[in-house]
Design a protein around this ligand. Structure first.
Ligand SMILES: [Zn+2]
Length: 237
């Protein structure tokens, strides 16, 4: 058993954990779907609001126009029946004007009724859009809160792991740290493999008994013939 190998194996375990949390942190979803849903709900709410405002304004305009038409019709009728106008041509033209104003009033009445229905529909859509907005906002906030909490947790883990790594590395000779770096580079970050029940743990290959014997009983450095990793014995077997 080589104590240096055991020490750098412990370092490798910490490095694996660090990479795991770094990856988890990187892959953590800050709530992209919820944010997109919120933005869509905001856009929908704004759109419904603007349509409602326009329809309400159209309704007010139509109601004002109706008032004007009614006043004009009443005034003309008043003049017609006052007896002050005797010219038949003028009376005839006033009669026609009253009829025209009556038609105008009917069409405005119709328009107003339609607009009132539309305004009602839009107000209902406005309420629905508002509700959807409140819901998506709440979903987004909840997701963000969860994200932040998980992020904090991972960052704490990473801080602790970094500290632990520093402590471990402080107890390892520089030359062994350099070897460790080299071995890890050669094998995608995992340069050492435990011997577990006579197998190389990393690649599951059965190791020759003489080789296992040699690394168990001496300080010899041996490599797995299959995956090429440095074999470590005596670690939590
Ligand atoms: Zn192997």
């Amino acid at each position: 058993m080589n104590a240096h190998l055991q020490a750098i194996y412990a370092l490798q375990e910490v490095d694996i954990e660090i990479r795991k949390f770094q990856r988890k942190l990187h892959e953590l979803d800050p709530g992209r779907a919820e944010e997109a849903a919120l933005q869509a709900a905001q856009a929908q709410f704004q759109q419904v609001n603007s349509v409602t405002t326009i329809t309400e304004r159209d309704l007010r305009d139509a109601e004002l126009e109706l008032q004007t038409v009614e006043t004009k019709k009443k005034d003309t009728e008043k003049r017609l029946y006052s007896g002050s106008i005797r010219n038949p041509k003028e009376l005839d033209s006033m009669q026609h004007e009253i009829e025209a104003l009556g038609r105008q009033r009917s069409s405005l009445d119709e328009k107003i009724l339609t607009l009132m229905d539309t305004v009602e529909e839009h107000r209902k859509a406005q309420l629905d859009a508002k509700q959807a907005l409140v819901q998506t906002e709440s979903n987004y906030q909840a997701r963000k809160k969860l994200y932040q909490a998980t992020r904090n947790q991972y960052e704490n883990e990473l801080t602790n792991l970094a500290q632990h790594r520093q402590e471990l590395a402080a107890g390892i000779e520089e030359s062994w740290l350099k070897r460790y770096e080299t071995w890890c580079k050669q094998h995608a970050g995992i340069g050492l493999s435990r011997v577990v029940k006579g197998d190389c743990e990393a690649c599951r290959t059965s190791l020759p008994l003489t080789l296992v014997d040699s690394i168990t009983k001496t300080d010899a450095i041996a490599f797995c013939e299959n995956c090429g990793r440095v074999l470590v014995s005596g670690v939590n077997e």
